[in-house]
Design a protein around this ligand. Sequence first.
Ligand SMILES: C[S@@+](CC[C@H](N)C(=O)[O-])C[C@H]1O[C@@H](n2cnc3c(N)ncnc32)[C@H](O)[C@@H]1O
Length: 286
Amino acid sequence: MINIKLLKGDALTLLKDVGSKSVDLIFADPPYNLSGENYLTCKSGKIAVCDKGSWDQIENIHEFNSKWVEECIRVLKDGGTIWISGTLHNHPSIGVILKKLKLWIINDIIWFKPNAPPLMQKNRFVPSTELIWIASKSKKYYFNYEIAKRISNGKQMRNLWIISAERHITSHPTEKPEKLLERIVLIGSKEGDTILDPFMGSGTTGVVAKRLKRNFIGIEIADTYFEMAKKRIDSTHLELNLGNFLENIKDSKSVQLNLDSKKNKKNVYIEPNSCIPRSEPHPPAP
Ligand SMILES: C[S@@+](CC[C@H](N)C(=O)[O-])C[C@H]1O[C@@H](n2cnc3c(N)ncnc32)[C@H](O)[C@@H]1O
């Protein structure tokens, strides 16, 4: 019997109600703090100010990160792992906090999105990656090496994950692909384990946790996203055949860094998490 607990409100407060050392796996996709006048993105082919929502504009992001990461570490079991996604806007802060809390940093996953949209400015590289920190409280943590290898077609899985950003299933501006969460849940937990997502958004982690028969605790502050996640998770069915499921999510043998393939061009990500700092154009060469 799977237990799904969805909590509406501020993670900084609600995490305090979660028992110490009660969670096996945490996936956190926190505000990256990339919205606002200082960050630009591309909308309908035009440069626009990046605006994911007011939840993504935090005055003291490092203080905010310290508070929720500390609470997450309190609720994490000794043999559990925490996975935290980010971009350059936020991952240095998270890295410093993980070090300060003396956590064991297991890996940094580089999630490469082959279908990231081109950049309109000509003064930097095209942002096409996100980074996921993986850390634990001790050096003895759960990690399903065999499943990772199976997904990787019998080869050791590398820390470069090539997963296209998908068109949104929901209207949430930063919905993560289920494919990304499927790997994390399968490699970082077992059936019957408890998974926590303190920034649930549209509920992607909950959908995958339920499908793969894990218990789930999800926290979301915004009413609309909370209802969206609840509906999505409620209508998710349990996966009855794990063997078939694993076959279907295996890396395609042809996965390659082919940025120009026609297939990639068809599926351009609309508004990515790749807002970039506003900057002056480089002066023309003399
Ligand atoms: C980056 S999004 C998560 C997206 C999610 N991974 C998905 O696949 O849909 C972050 C979410 O955290 C929520 N949020 C922001 N601050 C919060 C807080 N203090 N407590 C709980 N939720 C918060 C936002 O409303 C937003 O939906």
